[in-house]
Design a protein around this ligand. Sequence first.
Ligand code: SF4
Length: 80
Amino acid sequence: MAGGTQIVKRGDLEIRIVRNKCIGAATCVVYAPSTFDLDADNIAIIKNGDWDKLEKIVAAAQSCPVIAIEVYEKGRKIYP
Ligand code: SF4
């Protein structure tokens, strides 16, 4: 997957990664390893499979040094 924004919606939850911002710091992967991963170019991607709990996903988004992760619940922006 190249740059741009990856958007994945699941139930009430929507996660976006603004991949052009991502610098591959990987703290999101540390906080929510079931939700985020790095691709071959060291840019974050949203994983398939079971995601982490919402608190972990938000913590991952908060940990991102470039605020590349956005989290929405029921269409409302939770972070940033
Ligand atoms: S924490 Fe932010 S900069 Fe680091 S890999 Fe995740 S999205 Fe990219």
